[in-house]
Design a protein. Sequence first.
Length: 96
Amino acid sequence: YLVYIAPALLLAFWAKSRMMSAYHEGHTIAAPLSGAAAARYILDAGGLHNVAIETSPGELSDHYSPTEKVLRLSPRNFSERSLSAVGIAAHEAGHA
């Protein structure tokens, strides 16, 4: 059993470590807008003025709730002006 599951587990671990590395590196690159400002700009450009933007506790807890019409960003992605914050906010705004 372990022989079959080990390659998948190793691949998943490698992919997660690469993603986290890119996420942390992206927070060192400055952006002109915060994550919340970028999300608001994208939502407004799409005519989605009724979608609220809130903070959500935790790291990488970002998500869009279609039933509540709320885009939730982790505190770091909500307030920081970084490439990662803007990228994640734009991704979540795209779900709306």
